[in-house]
Ligand binder design. Structure first.
Ligand SMILES: [Zn+2]
Length: 237
């Protein structure tokens, strides 16, 4: 493995894009399944609680303190946000969305979920046209704004209306989602990650002051793996 293929992770260790890719998948799986996971080294998964290997053998992996769902959500979502992946929570489950522009992309994605309706009487599923136009206009109006100035998206809610097909049933959302509640959580995650990145940058600058840092990429919020790999390829040329 060439040094040019490595990048510096936020935990201060060097890694390769493929390992970072597997890390992201592992952490996503932990978030989704809420499994009780411990790590036995201080390596690539510093967000996962540590336990000593001797303790694992002595206890045979039993009777470990139970990690709450809130704790698992916090540690996994902070990490995922640091690599530009966000968890969208709906009443039917969670979705993982990668975005370099979360305030626009994520609201638009969630609006797409909000726009799907179903009729319990005839079973039809449909998307509303008016809200698609609202989303387009909203995204257009907000695309040049910086993060804090993005206004919430105001959608028409058609739940409770008469079914356009059978005229008998009352339509309801296929999946219920609270867009602004999700954004509130995601904004906090982004603020946390930005503060952490600034702290790491300060440490890195201190360590390397006077010297030149070459070949290191500290992943900022929203860095996609495709871009990272592209950048690595660029470094090799
Ligand atoms: Zn119907």
């Amino acid at each position: 493995m060439k040094r040019s293929e490595l990048f510096l992770m936020n935990n201060g260790l060097y890694s390769h894009a493929i390992h970072a890719y597997y890390l992201k998948n592992t952490i996503s799986a932990i978030r989704l399944s809420h499994q009780q996971v411990y790590t036995t080294d201080h390596g690539a998964m510093p967000m996962v609680p540590f336990t000593n290997i001797e303790k694992v053998i002595t206890k045979q992996g039993r009777n470990y303190p139970k990690q709450s769902h809130e704790m698992i959500d916090r540690i996994t979502e902070r990490y995922l946000a640091s690599v530009g992946a966000y968890v969208i929570v709906t009443d039917e489950g969670v979705a993982f969305v990668e975005s370099e522009n979360p305030p626009i992309d994520l609201r638009a994605y969630m609006a797409g979920i909000f726009n799907k309706y179903t009729c319990p009487a005839c079973g039809i599923q449909f998307l509303t046209n008016d809200n698609i136009d609202i989303i387009k206009a909203w995204a257009q109006a907000n695309q040049d704004k910086n993060y804090k100035e993005v206004k919430p998206i105001i959608l028409k809610d058609h739940a409770g209306e008469e079914c356009p097909q059978c005229k008998k049933g009352i339509v309801k959302h296929v999946n219920t989602i609270d867009i602004e509640k999700n954004m509130e959580r995601i904004n906090k995650l982004i603020a946390y990650v930005n503060a952490k990145n600034e702290e790491e940058d300060r440490k890195l600058n201190k360590k390397t002051s006077g010297g030149e840092v070459s070949g290191n990429i500290v992943m900022p919020v929203g860095t996609s793996f495709a871009k990272l790999i592209e950048k690595e390829k660029g470094n090799e040329k």
